[in-house]
Design a protein around this ligand. Sequence first.
Ligand SMILES: Cc1cc2nc3c(=O)[nH]c(=O)nc-3n(C[C@H](O)[C@H](O)[C@H](O)COP(=O)(O)O)c2cc1C
Length: 367
Amino acid sequence: MSHNTFGHLFRVTTWGESHGPAIGCVVDGCPPSIPLSEADIQPFLDRRRPGQSKFVTQRQEPDQVRILSGVFEGRTTGTPIALVIENQDQRSKDYSNIAETFRPGHADLTYQAKYGLRDYRGGGRSSARETAMRVAAGAIARKLLEGVTIRGALVAIGGDEVDRGAWDWDQVDQNPFFCPDPATAERWESKLLELRKSGNSVGAVVEVVAEGVPPGLGAPLYGKLDADLASAMMSINAVKGVEIGDGFAAASLTGDENADRMRPGPSGEVLFETNHAGGILGGISTSQPIVLRFAVKPTSSLLLPQASINTRGEAIEVVTKGRHDPCVGIRAVPVGEAMMAITLADHLLRHRAQNPDAPTTLRFPRN
Ligand SMILES: Cc1cc2nc3c(=O)[nH]c(=O)nc-3n(C[C@H](O)[C@H](O)[C@H](O)COP(=O)(O)O)c2cc1C
């Protein structure tokens, strides 16, 4: 059985474990003749890289990506693109104490119960080390999405929300939290410093926005764009909820409040007054910005002792050693952007395959 592949026409398969010699992915279905080199991928990996601030894990991984196949003389050939990153800073002995114990809130318990064995070093395959390859594949996906801008930001830590009135995308890369508002970032800094000292962790909310998406991506019914985006985001480690547009808040609105009213533009283009729907209607993109948020739970590996059991079924207390992100939501931001890019690139290829003559703008009468 294979469950390590995402996408239909733009297909990403990842492999590798936290403390194995390397992690990697194969991107199959990428069209030929797209200019591609390691330099196109590395900046995205650098944004996700661990050890860059005291608010993330101190594991030091340069995350240098190498392209092994599918690119010739600087262009994709249409054949599978294999990417690899060598793991360099494994400290497996930190994890010897979880070989026979289960960290509450982590995947140790279910991997052991399902498979009867597991690579416990650093969480093995369940480690978010794997998400580096999603980010690498996402960089390739972005190359297919000409005219589309995908940006992510952290919008809440431990229930403390960003001031949306002060939102500035240019600030996102100016602080260690991917926070679009410097004043909020300062508040989060003191909060996380306290938390780190106490050995505890905290949850967060990530928002990802894609602008410039053409209309028509997505398909009824089991290929809905919103369903595939939700699946993409939920597949990220520690994600416990996803909402598109107004999401759960839409349930508190009346139909009149929720309606995204339309007017005809001067050249027949559709002008929306609002975007409660988050850029998707009937599972198909409208050309408005696609807006989604996902909830990331607090890191489960804690320095604080937790009641648990071991593989012999005995009662124990777990205190996790090793290096961990006190708020895994922070480094989930580039991962969310990557999953948005991969999902949109896949849907773009699927849309073009089925409907090559579809208009690229939303206007009526349809030309
Ligand atoms: C970017 C990122 C970094 C993570 N780092 C850690 C970590 O250092 N320690 C930890 O216990 N969990 C970490 N996680 C979460 C675990 O991988 C995840 O909770 C675990 O695999 C169990 O899966 P689940 O939470 O989806 O049920 C991280 C998640 C992300 C997205």
